[in-house]
Ligand binder design. Sequence first.
Ligand SMILES: *[C@@H]1O[C@H](CO)[C@@H](O)[C@H](O)[C@H]1NC(C)=O
Ligand SMILES: *[C@@H]1O[C@H](CO)[C@@H](O)[C@H](O)[C@H]1NC(C)=O
Ligand SMILES: *[C@@H]1O[C@H](CO)[C@@H](O)[C@H](O)[C@H]1NC(C)=O
Length: 434
Amino acid sequence: MITVTMQLRSREQQLGCALALRFLALVPWGIPRARALDNGLAMTPTMGWLHWERFMCNLDCQEEPDFCISEQLFMQMAELMVSDGWKDAGYEYLCIDDCWMAPQRDSKGRLQADPQRFPGGIRRLANYVHSKGLKLGIYADVGNKTCAGFPGSFGYYDIDAQTFADWGVDLLKFDGCYCDSLEHLAYGYKRMSFALNQTGRSIVYSCEWPLYMWPLQKPNYTEIRQYCNHWRNFADVYDSWQSVKSILDWTSSNQESIVDAAGPGGWNDPDMLVIGNFGLSWNQQVTQMALWAIMAAPLLMSNDLRHISPQAKALLQDKDVIAINQDPLGKQGYRLRKGNNFEVWERPLSDLAWAVGILNRQEIGGPRSFTISIASLGRGVACNPACLITQLLPVKRELGFYEWTSRLKTQINPTGTVLLRLEETNQDASKSLL
Ligand SMILES: *[C@@H]1O[C@H](CO)[C@@H](O)[C@H](O)[C@H]1NC(C)=O
Ligand SMILES: *[C@@H]1O[C@H](CO)[C@@H](O)[C@H](O)[C@H]1NC(C)=O
Ligand SMILES: *[C@@H]1O[C@H](CO)[C@@H](O)[C@H](O)[C@H]1NC(C)=O
């Protein structure tokens, strides 16, 4: 009898405490989210394919016709995006990176595609991509040259924006090489944002403004969000675990500056998914997919859709993980804590759900177990008074109901991540509190 009473009392106390925590969770984590670029685009992170990491600046269509930057490469990818389920999974933007241009502008000062590698020009390629129900992305640079040395847009912002709109382009990745001052950088990124708007065409605007600012000055994310739909902050991703780790480390060390800047219409861009290539083990690919979902990152794959393993394809097309990435609440996740070579990341989702990723950073030894106290997740409210937990990665498994006071034990492979989804079980009660 006494035991029962005590249990009841402690549950009441827990509830009181839980209510207080629930209230706390309504207070924004940091600065309030600023106004986004008003073009109605990227209300969830952009999904698609981008050629850079896998194909870089391969210009040699004589020796390597299947791997050079040519209209044939993009037409093949467009076909596969439709026939192999990528489009249905949400991957919509087929994006060209650097090295598509001819070395000179035309007689009217317009950019032109390399006539050998893109004999039909970008307009015809865009028509083809649109006929498949996809959208076309292109690349240019705010400075005097692109990173690979092709013509830059400095002094040509209006002409280039209009050219892209005339061609039917749907996304612009705007790089920041060959720009000689912070003033020119800020001016150029803003000016191009305005120029794109003035064309009247809906064009997603992907910036690298903060990446080029960081070495000189801390970026003002409130301002960047007003001009760009997503923005790169850190170095290019490589096909390696070292690179993926460095991106995660940079993101978590700067999360107080960047996480609150993300939201519908504007996102932090930790760069491409390299899943399906050569450098990441299976567990590392799982980690990239899980954490890019938690970071609300644009999902731009850079791989060869003609040669990709069924396992990598299933991971990239995982509906449950994509649903976390595309969650309509649009709040970016963050690293909750690290210690003993584990990292716990979490992300608030719509309908009071949460995503939780637990990463094992220890690269010696086998799988290690990690026990989480449920009450420590989701600012104390994720699982209050109980929740249904589903493991999504590395394999999907219903883990069942957990109470606020309970603990969850997981096993995580070296360099791997366990991704969980926590669903409130008494949503109505929780909503009535809001
Ligand atoms: C241009 O900006 C205005 C005002 O911010 C906005 O209402 C409009 O939708 C934008 N147009 C395009 C094409 O982005
Ligand atoms: C482009 O080059 C010109 C001539 O050298 C220079 O005056 C200008 O500042 C450069 N622009 C940028 C954005 O670097
Ligand atoms: C950042 O930019 C916003 C919007 O332009 C401005 O209101 C704010 O004062 C800027 N913050 C700083 C620290 O310069």
